[in-house]
Structure formats: C-alpha cells, structure tokens
Design a protein around this ligand. Sequence first.
Ligand code: C2E
Ligand code: CA
Ligand code: CA
Length: 774
Amino acid sequence: MPASNPPDGVAQEEDLVFADEAPAPAHGPADGAAQDKSARAAPDAWRVMVVDDDADVHSTTTFALAGLEVHGRSLQFVHAHSRAQAERLLAHEPELAVILLDVVMEQADAGLHLVRHIRDTLGMHDVRIILRTGQPGYAPEMDAIRGYDINDYRTKSELTRTKLYTSVAAAIRAYQQIRALEDSREALAQVVRANAGLMALHSVDDVAHGILAEASRLLGQHPDGLLCACRRDGPDGPWAVLASAGASAALAPAALLDAGAGPAAAAIARCFATRANTIRDGVLALYLPSKSGVDFAAALPLARPHEPIQPLRRSLLEVFASSIAVSLDNVALMTDLQRAAFYDPLTGLPNRTRLVELLEARLPVDPAAGDGAGADPVLCLVDIDHFAETNDALGHQFGDALLAAVAHRLRARLDARADAGVSLARIGSDVFCVLGPATEVDPHALGALFASPFSIEGQDVRVSATLGLVRLREHEGNGADALKDADIALKRAKTQQRGGHFWFSRSMGVEIRERVRMMHALRSGFTRGELFLNFQPQVDLSRRRAFGAEALLRWRPEDGRLVPPDRFIPIAEYSGLIIEIGEWVLRQACLELMRVRAAGHLDFTMSVNVSQVQFRHPNFLEMVARALADTCAPPECIELEITESMAMEEPGLLIERLAQLKRLGVSIAIDDFGTGFSSLSYLQRLQVDRLKIDRAFVSEITGSARGSSIAEMVIELGRNLGLSIVAEGVEDERQAQILHALGCPLAQGYLFARPLPADQLIEWLDGEALSPAA
Ligand code: C2E
Ligand code: CA
Ligand code: CA
C-alpha cells in the first residue's frame, strides 16, 4: 500500500484527481521555478539525512548508496556535520525517511542527544534512525535509548557497502509501512472530524460555509474561495453561489456566476465540465459529487500557488471531496469513516489509537480486586521476527498477506475466548498486541501459535514471534506508558532471544533510569571537578622500594560519598564519556609524574588505565601524543594498562595500535592477566612490556587449594617472553614472599600502600626513601 493511498473503500486511486496539475503556465520569477523543481523532485525520492562530523563518512555513504532505489524511488541526501547543524536542518525536514546518525560528534553523546531531540522535542516518530559509531564494541547507552525506537545499530567498519545498502533499504521499508498506517489514520481522523462538524450544522448556509472552511483548513490556509452548485444536466452554468469567503466574499450567496467572472469562476467551470479535481492558475477546484441530481464545486485560490500540495494534504482533500456531499445525506458512511480511523485497514483489527483507548479503560488496575489470576490483566506485544527482511525479499503483497494470516490465527484463538475479555490489535507494521487476563494471555500459548507454518500464496512460511509483556497491575501511568513499558520488554526480549519472551519488571525501568541518572550526574560531575585521581605505589619486591604508581580514578559526587570506579566507569564507557574523562586522566597522571620528578624521583613510572572504548577511538594515538607533548612527560615513564580481554579481540587492530604506541615511546602492560588466557603465540606478536597478575590469582596463593599455580604459570610465561611481571592486590607478607620466591620481581597492593591522594604520594615516596629496605 503506497504511502499516499488512503485505505480501501474510502477514497479512490490518485489518477482521477488533480488531472491537469502538470505544466503550470509560466508562473513568475526564476526562483519560483527553481523552488518548484526541487520541491517536485522530492516526492519521488526518499530523503535520507547523514549526520556525521567526519566528512569522509558523508562521501563514502553517498557513494555506497548511489543508485539504490527502494520501490522505484531514489535517495536524496541531506548532510549535517554536527548535532547543532542537524537540529537546524531537522526543523525544516518533515519528510525524512532515514537518519544515519553518528553517535560521537562534538560531544561523545551528541548523537544520543540528537535522538532524544528528534523523538521528544520534534516529535518525529516516523523517521527511522540508524546509529553508527566509529568504535566497534562501543555500545552507547542502548538501554537509555531503547524507548527511542532505533532501527539499527552498527559500527562504521561493519557497514560494508552491501550491509549499508540492506540496512538503509530495510529502514526505508519500515518507514513506508509506518507512514502508510499513520497517514491513513491521520487523514481519516481529520476528515471524520470535518464531516462530524458539518453534520452538526443545520442550515444549508452553515453547511456550505463549513465546507469551504474545512477544505481551506485541510489545505492549510485561511478560508478563501467559492462554493457553487450546479444541476448535473446543465454543467455549462451559470452556477449558484452557495458560499463565499476571503477575496471572493463580496459575491452574495445565491448570486449567479459564469465562467468569465475571474479565475475562481473559471476553475468552477472546469471542475463541472471535467467532473474532476483540478489545479490551474493557482486555483484548486474540488469536485463534490452528490447522490442527488445536484453536484457542487469549490474553488480555492492557493495561498502558495508555486508550492505543490503535499501528498498527505492531497489525499485528505480527495477523501473529503469524494465523501462530503454524500455524507450529508448518508449517515452510514460516517460509521465507516469512524471505523477507518480506529481500525487497521489491512487486518480489520483495532489500531494503536483504539488500543490505547481500550487500555485506558482498564487502568489503573485496582490492586485489591480479586485474587484470582483472571483479574490480573496483561498486555503482550507480539513482534514478527525478521518481518522486514521477509517483506524485502518476497515483496509487499506477500508481507501483507503474511500479516493478515498472522492476524487471522491470533484472532481465531482469541475469538474462541471472546467472553474472557481478550482484545487484539495491530499497533505497528509487524507488531500485534494482545490484552487480556493473565490466564488467557500466556506467552507460551501465544508463542505456540507460531509453531506451525502459515500458508501464503500457496507456500508454507515459517515465522516466529518475540513477545514483550507487562502486568498492568504492576504498572503506573496511562495507556501509552503501558505500551512503552511493553516495548522495553520487547526490545529486551529481542536482544536476548528471538522467538522468546520477556516480562517488563519495575526494576528494569528503575535500573535504566538509575543508569541514565548516573550518566547525567557523571557528566555534570566531571565538568564540576568532582573527579580526581589516587595513586597506588608499585614496589620492587627485592628492594621493597617504589618504582612507580598506578593512577586510579575517583568520583566523589556532591553528597560526599565515593562512587566505586567499577560502577561509574562502565557507564562512562557506555555513554562515550570515557573519551573525555580518559584524556583528562592521562593528562592529570602526566602532570603528577612531573611533580614526582620535580621532587627528585626521576626513575619513576606512571601507569594509566585505558579502557577499550578509548583504545579504539580513531584519535587515541593523537590524543596520547598531545597529552605527552603538552605536559612534557617523558614517554618512557608512562605505561598504559589495557585489559587482557581487549587483547583477545581484533588481533589485527591491536597489533597495529600497540606498534604505533610503542613508537611514541610509552610502554604497555596487560592488566588483569590470567583471566582471559591469551595464547602464547599471540602474546609473542604483541608488543607489550609487562603483565599484571590479576588480584584473584594473588589471593589464591594463600587463600585457595589451587595455591600459586596460576601465578606461577604467569611468571614463567613472562620470563619466557622476556616480559616484566607485576603482582596486583598483594595484601599480606606471605603472599609477597611466595611471589618473590617464584621469581616475581614487582608488586602492588595494600601491604605496601593503599591508593593515595595526590598530595600524599610524594610525601609517601620521600618517607619510603628514608626508611631502610625491609
Ligand atoms: P584495576 O586496574 O585492576 O585496579 C586495581 C584495583 O585494585 C584498584 O581498585 C585498587 O584500589 C585495587 N587494589 C589495589 N591493591 C589492592 C589490594 O591489596 N587488595 C584489594 N582488595 N584491592 C586492591 P579501584 O581503584 O577500585 O579500581 C577498580 C577498577 O576501575 C580498576 O581495576 C580499573 O579497571 C578501573 N579504573 C580505575 N581507574 C581507572 C581509569 O582512570 N581509567 C579506566 N579506564 N579504568 C579505571
Ligand atoms: Ca589497572
Ligand atoms: Ca588489574
């Protein structure tokens, strides 16, 4: 169903209307013509916005998608290079189909802000969004944006030409489906309102003026024009003026008009002669046929004659024109119109609007009402898995038939239980909704409905569905909120297990909100200076002297209580904030190193933790070089710690990155070593300097039956590869002695020092220098 076609039974095909819109006779200035041309190109092309701060991405994207056609329509690109520019452009881009959005731009989370702006502030719910990020594995606050209807999430490297192609094509398909549903619903709702308003009027005079006013409103302009009546057997005029408004208002009602009386009169003449809607000379003429022997025509001078009428307005006007006169004497049609506004034309099921009404009628659920499970209403979303692909591969008609078959099967089961109070709706292109008591709305029973194949066009087609459920008793808020919660559960189910189901729980909402709250608090805390570093000395086990320290990040929010790094660093990573914070950490650590050196400790290294997200950032190398240059820190005294799990992924990238870093002169340690069991041959190819034995294996030395076996292995491995070894988390003297005996030269842990505030590090080093080696 093309986007501009209203559903069956209400309006007819496009070709009978606006028949002679085409070559508008020379209207005016060159700019008018140019505007016309570009505006005319638009309806044939899908508008795709590329938002990215990397100019290359723009050119590669347009190059990759050049020639892509979806449903015979080409793509037209809109380019934005920053969040701010995108926001400006979006204000004038109502018809965007897809946005390809870079997550990290001027701020690490600029893309996520833009998503919120698009959905919440601009209320653009139809446009499909594909998030892209330069860093693989860098999941943005996906949970936080779950409610924002993201179509796809891809890393840029993942988007090869074919993948980009399919991803964008699928998104356009989805957009088209959504628009088709939305357009017809909105259009019909408007016409229903217009018709209902007119029905309420009693005098012919009021109705006539009402028709002019409504037609103008549907056109988006002030009332202006004429409404005339004419007997069908005498279309040549003169015609009776029934109503007039605006510039034509001088014509008294019931005056007689003929074709020579100006452009409006000429339009009326044409309309009656052709019995069609026409646009010419900046006047729109609507033909309003009635059942009686009298037809009507309205002539509306266009307020913006050089702009084509939007497809939506067109279909609105069509429906209006073809139904208005009839509806005046046919009340039954009203019921049909109303039906179309609240029901999905494809399946005949209630649509989203109607479902929200049904939900509202059940909310809030009285928690005291009955103990029986039957009184516990459940909302369940049923999402057809991989529908977009099926639709893509087998065509629209097939997709529609599949949806109808699914609707039929769901209905067959639920109809059998109609007395149990179960309602079924179709609320999105491939999303159905079942509402009813828990005993009836059972995820296993619903899932089982998809066990046997559907027969479509003589083929057996197997599809599965993924379910998201909410218990309304546990829900606070209105019907639309309940749908949103169900959608969160559905998204979760989709990421965990296609074909499975997931129940929304309040903690899910709480968890997401808590994470979002922390993300905001961290961002503002960072700008307010709530972050600081501690430094934990690292010692040489034989001489018991410090040779370096590890910089450890701390966050003390306004309430004064420290938040553990294990809690806030993952959030900083998720949100991309770690890019800025990590740079700041490195610079602070370099500055501290310079202070330590100024205090006379020249043989001192500073270790800095680097998260995976930072490491993969395209500017990482540059960032490190700049921090070193700006702070004058000698690179050979800086050590970067990366985790072993990071070392395991993407060997190619890692090997190259490490080589580049080594060229800068910094050294590299593998943190938490032993937890990931890197292969020996792989380790050999990595240019690392040091392994840090994970705390867990150090505490094992004295605390577990396995004893020192893993620590021993790591030490042996380090020796074979010629790598330095540090044991982490050394808490007691026995551990230190065993490690030393095993040949581990270096250690770090509470036994020697806890992480120290910056002002105590030098003091500690000085004191330690004086104390005799143990
Ligand atoms: P990590 O890199 O393994 O850091 C060592 C952790 O062990 C630190 O915890 C340290 O305080 C703790 N520790 C040191 N000695 C002992 C000991 O004897 N016993 C025990 N039980 N613990 C000891 P912290 O400071 O809470 O940091 C936790 C993790 O947060 C770090 O683990 C690191 O992964 C991350 N982190 C800290 N600062 C940064 C940073 O600036 N950037 C990044 N990306 N991550 C950081
Ligand atoms: Ca570390
Ligand atoms: Ca560690």
